[in-house]
Design a protein around this ligand. Structure first.
Ligand code: WT7
Length: 660
């Protein structure tokens, strides 16, 4: 937590939104949960006995190979265990159990950026997952081994994830936009034995060179990797390393179509997913099997109101938690049909999303505020060209949505017919935590509304006391464990405890966000309260970017902060102190270009600073602490009102402001 967030008045809210939107009648009449009473009943059950509330759902929603007796085991808190003596397989729950009645139902409708399409039924998906699972086994991957997946948004990526789940291997998906360097760090931290990648993917009219990046990562280290399976997607030329690399099609050629699932205990890690925190090193968030699956299923039903004839489209990449819970697992676990799209929203033009919605008749559409803002900026004519009448529910995730973008989504895309579910959650929480139940409660533009049944979210002050005064900001916490919570940080239990639990002495889970509640108890997320920024909904640690900058031979020191950006939510602002002289007038476009490229290579293009400002020093107190709040003020171009007299070197303020 940074020094300035301590002052709770600094996170008091200035935003006041009064509009209230009742569930549209046409939506509510058909919704699973469509009365306030039904919702209250769920909430009461959860409040009266939250352990049995979750246990009841776990028995009802999951097919267990061996039922659990133990519900919640807190003996090693905060390493909570849920349903730990139960045995299950997540892939079985996503595939096999639907085959008898829904084998012919489409599981995945795929569209590539270049327009190619593919429909895969549950029976076909099951067969492909079994074949690939057998392949992994034949190569020697077993229960508990880590497998890194670095793939484009194609069904094969889901097949790879499901195949790992089927044999009890732990996958760790690395977003295809991350660099070779980031891939290497994640492979090494996880100690992965295998890498599954593709020759490349199509994105933004270009080829993303996944295999080339993978080769670079492996050339630099990753001694634990024995084999690389390469899926052919783009068909362009790549290098194959004899003895190490195998084409997917060759690897599965003689794999059997039947693969008995490996029954694992509920706590068996299903996957690791690396995310940024307040240090330079990303953390491997470890999720369980049973508890995670339960969260994915309940939220598919409660928040997305998923029904048999829906076509569900979550635009998130499988490299993020959203692409895990609401692409690779949740929709399949409930036997739904989902759409998967490989490419960018702007190819061939900014109407691509609406075109896909129209042609495939998407009924539930879930995306990020940054995409909504970018598409809104392109004007109403693009969506107007498409028939969006198949849509019945819209969702957003990843960062706060500004009321203006919410209203545009509501009017222009939802045509006032579709509720909007603004879903607050995190990589760590596994599934939605604070989100509307769209058939049973009104929404407000910009608010993620109320915690879901069983989720004890609250806003507390520095001492951990609930803030009861409306609109007063504080720390967002979760007061009781929930099934889909993270279990630890891979290989670093201590960091798990210090990051999430120490602040409130092990009592509450600290989300890292600041939030407020209004007079109706609705939650309004105000942003991160730690050194994490959200750039186009992507989570980046400012320290990570600083470490990348400092690793450049010409950089002595760096400080990175976020500044508001109309489309991206936040943009990256870097203050850099060079070894040697500061450039004349603070401008060196060549070096700035080099540093941006450098950060792109160290982390990935999403982490490239938008602004770089050179100074002779950073604003430090006499004790050597960087005054980040001051840097944020300057990055926003605001007047400095804070006391700068404690600065060691007040003289650099003009340089930092770009005035000298
Ligand atoms: C952080 C988690 C959860 C999937 C995608 C992001 C921010 C997330 C919302 C929302 C306001 C939100 C928070 C949170 N965030 N959803 N609906 N309204 N802020 O996962 O990368 O783990 O990031 O995203 O700051 O802590 P993530």
């Amino acid at each position: 937590m940074t020094e300035e967030t301590m002052a709770s008045e600094s996170i008091d809210s200035i935003l006041h939104e009064e509009r209230l939107f009742q569930p549209p009648v046409t939506f509510a009449t058909k919704a699973r949960i469509n009365t306030r009473e039904r919702l209250q009943e769920l909430q009461h059950q959860a409040e009266n006995d939250y352990e049995n509330f979750w246990a009841g759902l776990a028995r009802q929603e999951i097919t267990w190979q061996r039922p659990f007796q133990s519900i919640l085991d807190s003996s090693r808190a905060p390493h909570f265990r849920w349903f730990h003596d139960g045995l299950l397989n997540v892939s079985y729950n996503c595939l096999d159990r639907h085959l008898a009645q829904h084998g012919q139902k489409t599981a995945i409708v795929f569209e590539g950026e270049q327009g190619d399409t593919r429909r895969i039924s549950y029976t076909e998906l099951h067969r492909e997952v079994c074949r690939f699972a057998n392949t992994l086994k034949n190569i020697g991957i077993t229960h508990g081994d880590r497998v890194v997946i670095y793939m484009p948004m194609i069904p094969d990526a889901v097949i790879a994830m499901q195949a790992c789940a089927r044999i009890g291997a732990i996958h760790s998906v690395v977003f295809g936009g991350f660099s070779a360097e980031s891939l290497k760090d994640r492979i090494e931290d996880a100690g992965a034995r295998m890498l599954i990648t593709a020759d490349g993917g199509h994105r933004g009219g270009k080829i993303v060179e996944l295999k080339a990046a993978a080769d670079k990562a492996l050339a630099k280290g990753c001694p634990t990797i024995e084999h690389v399976i390469v899926c052919r997607r783009t068909g362009h030329d790549i290098d194959m390393h004899a003895g190490r690399d195998i084409w997917w099609t060759d690897a599965v050629a003689d794999a059997g179509e039947k693969c008995e699932p490996m029954w694992v205990d509920s706590e068996h890690p299903l996957f690791l997913l690396y995310t940024s925190g307040s240090t330079g090193k990303p953390k491997g968030i470890q999720h369980s099997s049973g508890g995670y699956l339960l969260g994915a299923i309940t939220t598919m039903k409660w928040v997305f109101d998923i029904q048999d004839n829906d076509l569900f489209w979550c635009t998130a990449d499988i490299g993020w938690i959203t692409g895990h819970t609401y692409v690779a697992y949740g929709p399949l676990a409930v036997g739904a049909t989902m759409l998967m799209y490989e490419g960018a929203p702007t190819v061939p033009d900014g109407g691509r999303f609406w075109d896909i919605c129209e042609r495939h008749k998407v009924s539930i559409f879930y995306t990020a505020p940054t995409a909504i803002r970018a598409l809104m900026k392109l004007g109403d004519a693009l969506p107007a060209r498409h028939d969006l009448s198949s849509l019945r529910l819209l969702g957003t995730v990843g960062e706060p949505i500004n009321p203006e973008a919410w209203m545009w989504y509501h009017h222009v895309i939802g045509q006032e017919r579709c509720p909007i579910v603004d879903t607050w959650w995190q990589t760590e929480t596994g599934c939605h935590m604070i989100a509307p139940i769209p058939g049973a409660m009104p929404t407000k533009p910009g608010s993620c509304t109320l915690p879901l049944p069983g989720i004890t979210a609250d806003v507390v002050d520095e001492q951990g006391n609930s803030i009861t005064q409306p609109d007063k900001g504080g720390y967002l916490v979760i007061k009781k464990p929930w099934p889909s919570m993270l279990r630890t940080i891979w290989g670093d239990d201590q960091r798990y405890i210090s990051t999430y639990w120490d602040k409130f002495s092990g009592k509450y889970y600290l989300a890292g966000d600041s939030a407020r509640r209004d007079q109706d108890g609705y939650f309004w997320i105000m942003g991160r309260a730690d050194d994490v920024i959200k750039v186009s909904g992507h989570r980046l640690g400012t320290m990570e970017i600083e470490s990348a900058l400092v690793a450049h031979p010409r950089v002595a020191e760096a400080a990175v902060v976020g500044r508001p950006d109309e489309i991206k939510g936040e943009a990256i602002f870097a203050y850099v102190v060079l070894r040697g002289k500061r450039p004349e007038g603070g401008i060196d476009e060549v070096l700035t270009g080099d540093l941006r490229t450098w950060v792109g290579e160290q982390i990935g293009p999403i982490a490239k600073p938008d602004d770089i400002r050179y100074a002779d020093n950073l604003p430090k107190t006499r004790s050597g602490k960087i005054m980040r709040r001051l840097l944020r003020t300057i990055a926003r171009g605001e007047e400095i009102t804070q006391d700068t007299s404690t600065l060691e070197n007040e003289g650099i303020l003009l340089q930092l402001q770009g005035k000298e």
